[in-house]
Write a protein that binds this ligand. Sequence first.
Ligand code: HEM
Ligand SMILES: [Cu+2]
Length: 540
Amino acid sequence: MNPSTAGSLAEPTYLNHETTVRSWLLTRDHKRIGVMFLVLVISALLLGGVFAMLLRIELLTPGPTIMGPMTYNRVFTLHGVTMVWLFMIPAIPSAFGNFVLPLMLGAKEVAFPRLNLASVYIYAAGAALTVFGMVWSGADTGWTFYTPYSTTSPTAVTPILLGVFIIGFSTIITGLNFITTTHTLRAPGMHWSRIPLFVWAIYGTSVIQVVATPVLAMVLVLVALERVAGVGIFDPTRGGDPVLFQHMFWFYSHPAVYIMVLPAMGVITEVVCAFSRKNIFGYRMIAASTFGIAFVGFFSWGHHMFVSGQSTFGSGIFGVLSMLVAIFTAIKIFNWVATMYGGAIDLKVPLLYVLGFIFLLTFGGMTGVAVATTSLDVHWHDTYFIVAHFHYIMVGSVLMAFLAALHYWWPKMFGRLFPERWASVAACTIIFGFIVTFLPQFLLGNMGMPRRYYQYPSEMQWLNVLSTAGASLLAFGFGLIGLYLVWSLRYGKVSPANPWGSRGYEWFSASPPGPHNFREPPRFEREVHDYTVSEAPHVF
Ligand code: HEM
Ligand SMILES: [Cu+2]
């Protein structure tokens, strides 16, 4: 980046006020930490993407294609582990949350800057241990590490469990930091009723992170202990219970879906306002439904266990509680659509991803209601129907929102614009490629193709070929995004402070912001995203 053109009046920015490697590695600046996380999670996404392509290439033909069955088991495990634990859970909160949350609150920093730096290193250490396990001998348990297999598998399950365990601490620290920051560091004028909805989303997420992650940590340690010392918590021959693992695992991992989806919804809310030029419809409802989802999310884990032998009555309750999530989600969807309705829609790239998000989340959500119906789930359980469903929900929301956030905040983060036309082409390729990849999988699942299978009957081939073709489009779209974003860092047009004319509070700072965010402490005197005021925010 050229310092003389970045930022208004060539003031120092957080990127160029110090430039040594040391100043990055030991930084306590939430913005630099956000950028470091961004680099790390994008690397994880790439690694997981390579595994995904290997899976899809293997599934091009009904029999063996490029690898043996044991390797296949490892590859789908590594794909799932990388995507869930290394990418989806930290992606939006740790990268964009760190970058924009303090800016949105008018704060100079997060509450615990040193802990924040620690969270990067803890994440990196956990990720390194996980990748080490992958390289050493992989793991073949699936990302869910189900017992009893995970306690006996000869592959490197233990380092991977410990890697994920360590990443959990990073998650908890980040959550604590955001909760405390929101409570204590709001600028003058920032009442609770003016907190940006992205912050509400991150706040709700942080509560789940702090409450649920320890349960995951416990169960991972127990599996590791079971492997190393045979303590007999899950082993029935020693009086243990393998189903106990599922309860503990899903008590975390179902809420974990909301650790992924809530921040995504927060991004969508910001982008919808900015590109519809309208105040959000139903601020309170959106904030409240965030907590509704977070709360009900804790009481629906049993929908993963309909066929595990739990009572029919229990399953029914879990099914109904799961469906409540759909109601809270629908509230948000209606509010986004109502915000766009009658707005001055500006169909820029971030909004394209929002449209993709709304479509995929609605579709994934409706299939969610279907799989929460106990009788139907017996048919679909552990088939490609589930694979398609969770890709629609998790990838459709996390990935779409991640890309929306990346494009929306790119000028804020790096002071450069990206080429709009290329970015639109990439966005359309990704949304279309996504649908082509995963829509056939609903059909495959309904025809009875089980998940995690290496071979399938030949009448299922055409749908698998279609799915792989879609995946190739996705890979192409990602390549394109990588190219033009890296290009824009050097050659992109220098961005004005607020290129989108957004009224979001984070645009009160310069783009990229100075090392201490604001030249003078901002005062928030209007409602968040107030498009009834005529001019864009004054840069502090
Ligand atoms: C190019 C895009 C992608 C393709 C082609 C793809 C493909 C696949 C395939 C073939 C499986 C194995 C299904 C099975 O046999 O059970 C799978 C599983 C999975 N994928 Fe993806 N995937 C993609 C992107 C993603 C992304 C972006 C995420 C998360 C952000 C993700 C998360 C998962 C998870 C959690 C599993 C479950 C792994 C397991 O069952 O052990 N995928 N994916
Ligand atoms: Cu669930």
